[in-house]
Design a protein. Sequence first.
Length: 367
Amino acid sequence: MNIELLIRENVKKLSPYSSARDEFEQFTKPMIYLDANENPFTNGMNRYPDPQQKELKAIIADRNNVSKDKILLGNGSDEVLDLIFRAFCEPNRDNIITLPPTYGMYGVLANINAIENREVLLNREFQPNVDAILNSVDANTKIIFLCSPNNPTGNSFSDESIIKVLNNFNGLVVLDEAYIDFSSNKSWLNELNDFPNLIITQTLSKAYAMAGLRIGILYASKPIISVLSKIKPPYNVNILSQETAEKKLSQSTLKAQVRKILVEKEKLIVALKSTKFIEKIFPSDANFILIKVDDANYRYQQFLDNGVVVRNRSNQPLCENCLRITIGNKEENERVIELLKSFKKRKKSVIHRPRRNNYKRNYRRTN
């Protein structure tokens, strides 16, 4: 696939912004920096951050066995997703395909960038309807978004469906793996070299417990990374986020925390199975569970009244009367289980009709 054919014409001609920190090689000896109009008084934050996030990328590359030049970092996953739209989708002409129920930001970004969002519903098992997806493609379809494990359903898409999309679509396939660390399935990072049209997004917000830092990760071929690097803001990941992430990633707490979350998840599933008002528990490879209840609005309010915030997903296609519950820590989980035991099965409301008075109308005929 020729990536050049997908890039917007104005982006092809674009000269990227050259920041002060991009214009010299890093020296090993101490230097006096008088190039960026910074405040000279040192406080740990007075200098601009590394615009290329070289040290953080090196750590991420080493952890995932990926080359550094196949990584782009952003201010959260939403920024790297937005950059894909900006680089490859021509406003008021091109379109994307999303698979509801799915992460809502794909549609929001399409609207912001004036791109048509063609929605192809997942099937009843929450798997991609690949034939319907490919039938929705036309000459202006630039991107297909796959979220696996999927939000809000929690399940992973089959390898067969993902491969079929990749092999039969000449545009970009964005595979959102925000929840991959909770799944027993392997990431698609090892397949990156086999599919030049594949873009994988991940995040430090979920399993890595760094949502407040706002660091999104995008993996792709060098040509795609080169295009996106041209249009990204120069200092999009601040110095505190970079340094904190470098420190946290050097610690070996990830696997232990994920194991604890998965243990708590199994405890919650056991409790959910014995709760009478829950009609279905959907399979989950993420750190949350989607459940179908008798009345989502009523149960949502019950949780809220008892100090627990869950997510009502009933406004999503195929998710009528569904709540999404994130797995909390041990104490939080125990509170949810306690509440589940206290919530009673809701009785069906009975409509009481007034009795009809059984009387004969008396009347007098008049001549």
